[in-house]
Structure formats: C-alpha cells, structure tokens
Design a protein around this ligand. Sequence first.
Ligand code: GLN
Length: 446
Amino acid sequence: RHFLARIRERDGTYNSFITVCETQALADAEAADQRRAAGEARQWTGIPFAHKDLFCTRGIKTTCGSRMLENFVPPYDSTVAEKLRDAGAVCLGKTNMDEFAMGSSNENSYFGAVRNPWGENRVPGGSSGGSAAAVAARLAPIATGTDTGGSIRQPAAFCGLTGLKPTYGRISRYGMVAFASSLDQAGPIAQNAEDAALMMNVLAGFDPRDSTSIDRTVPDYTATLGEPLKGLRIGLPEEYFSDKLDSTMGDAITRAIAELEKLGATVKNIRLPHTDLAIPAYYVIAPAEASTNLSRFDGVRYGHRCDAPESLEDLYTRSRAEGFGPEVRRRILIGTYALSAGFFDAYYLKAQKVRNLIQQDYVKAFEEVDVIASPTAPSAAFPLGSKSKDPVTMYLEDLYTISVNLAGLPAISLPGGAIEGLPVGLQLVGDYFSEDKLLNVAHQFQ
Ligand code: GLN
C-alpha cells in the first residue's frame, strides 16, 4: 500500500511503470496480511516488487516497451513470474524499458523515456531503465530485469543500485520475450546485495521448459554473505584501464578497488586481448538473433495488426512497420542482412568465432584471478537526448558489459562511488556460477 501510494504520487515524474497492478496488488496484500495473521507467512509473503515488462504475466499486459505488444495479455506466466508469485511476493506492476530490450538509455520505449531519480534530466540507463528508476525512487523495494548486453548492470550503475546478471542458464528464460536467445538472462535489480541474493534464491534453478537452463544445485545465496574477502584476487584488465578511460571515472573506480584491498583483496593486472572486438561481434550476433526471434510478430497470430490489409504481404509489411520503432527496425535489417545467403560466413559465423576468442580470454584470466573489475559504464548517467541521435555512440555505452554476455559469465554492478553527485557502478565479473562470490564481495563493499 505504501509503494502503490508512492507510485501514484511520484511516477508522473519518472515514468518508470507502464502498467500498475493496483487492484491485484491490493488483493494480494490483503491475502498476505491474512497469512501473516494465521502464522503462515514465509520469507517472501507480501513482499512487493516490480517486473520488467518483458516477463510474461498471466492476465497482465506485457508490452516489452513496444507498440507491437501494446495490448498483449499473455495467457501464461513466465517461470520468473511464476516463481515470485508462488513465493508469495506481490507484483506492483510492469516497468518501462527500451523496446524489445534494445537500448542503453530507455529512450527507445514506445511508452516514453524514463527519468533518473538522481537527476531528472538524465537517463536511467537501459534497457531495464524503468526497473532501476522505480527501485532508486523507492517506488518498489526490488525489481526484475533482463541483461542481453548490460541491461541489468548499466541501469543499476546509473541509478546507484546493485544489479546481478547471472551465468547464462542459471535462471529460466521461459516466458521472457526473446531478444537474443543465446545472450538473454534475467536477474535482480536491488538496493543492495543482500536483497539481490534473496531474489536469486527464488529465481535460480533448472526449468525443463527452457532447454538452455542448467540443472545444477542452487546454493543459498545469503549463506556466504559475510565470508572474509582475505585473499580475493582482483584482476584489472589493461584494455579497460587505458588512456581511453575517462579520468574521473578511472579515479572513482580506483578508489573503490582500494576499499576492496583494505578488506583483504589483492590486485593484479591482467589482459583481455580481444576486448576491442566485443562491440562489433555483439552488434552482429544480437541483431541476427533478434531478427529471427522477432519474425513471429507478423500481424497474424498476436500483436499489432494494421487496419484493412489489402493482401498478405501488405498485412505483414504494414503491421511490422507500424508496430516496431526505429531501433528495432534497424536491428532487424542488420540481422537479416548478416544472416542472408552470401553474407552469413563473413558476418555471423565470423562473429561467433570472435565470441569464442573473447570467451577464451576470460578462461585464461580466471586461471589467475577470482574476479575481474572495471567500471560498469564509461560514464555516469548522461543527459536525456545526448546520445539518442547516433546509434553507434549509444552502442559504445556497452563497452564493459557485453563481452560478459558473449562469454555467458555472471557479473554484478554495485554502487562504486559518485561523480558530481551521480552514482557510478563498479562491475565485477566472476567465473561461471560464482554468483555467490560476486554477491558476497558486493555485500562487504557496501
Ligand atoms: N544496450 C545493449 C543493446 O542495446 C544491451 C541491451 C540489453 O542488455 N538488453 O543491445
């Protein structure tokens, strides 16, 4: 009730929600009160949260930030939604996002841009910008997000929060609207590492409905919070801490790492030699997968349908042209081109080979260190409109985050300081399934 009132009062400013589930949330709160009175409350009973509007929620609109799905009401729940509901959590609503999760500033949403609570003329980051702004403005205590190339970590960094992108396969993708299936992964956006760990306890685990989910024991992510950091080996990639790094950002991150050294960590310079190839490889692979995933939106089965089509071709063409925004159309065109006969080997196959090299860089690095540190993003939250004119400028935002998705590794962004009153994210990348370790480091740092 507290959070619903705050959303009503303040979200006019932030635009962080696309749908508020007022009636359902009040009914769920009532039911939670009764369970508590009956002595049946569990850890998550009555805990409010917000869902990125990419998770299918039965009976609740799931737009993915797109006109294409403006009126789409899924007939089923995603595994993530089902698990939170079964745990007793109360969904406050569905949060704003870049259309189909394509973007780094939340300016690509059909439902309008989101404002960053730390500076209302700044972007909250993207694509999970609504989830991050809602948690930062205390409109929700915690939210779900998804991360294909940084969309949990970069908004968490811009909004002063903790965001965890788990190992690929750790959380089921069933019922998530697909962007790039080999990169997409769900995770928590939270005020701190402990809350993120509590949400991971609910979300992680094998799901037979997602063939890429991994059957592996799920630890209690809260159990290791508080283990001493003594002996933790932190790697600093030379490629990241170069003269290309903005010096105020470099200073902030260096200070944060010095704090970790005080807690017993040691620091070592490492190399990730294929760093420069991550953005080009990602921006071939992600659009290629997106172009195939988005082919299902044809105006026939579900989603937007144009008025009075004259032929089948006209139905497809106009429904898609009207339903998709400019960035989504750009990605579909790039992806279709990269996959087309005659170009497949030169682009998609080449990008997959580069992806393998990037992954091998990490495998080598983790022989020497436990975690790899960097800024989460090249700068703090930038002003609304400052990068939206030029897609390549926007793509460069993802420098530190996307190679992690290409390799399928887990990574966390935690509040790592501030530049001129705006929060800065410290990113820590860990080896496969080291979410517990990343959460512990973030917990101690806070
Ligand atoms: N900014 C990246 C993109 O636009 C990553 C987005 C994401 O992680 N969903 O593709």
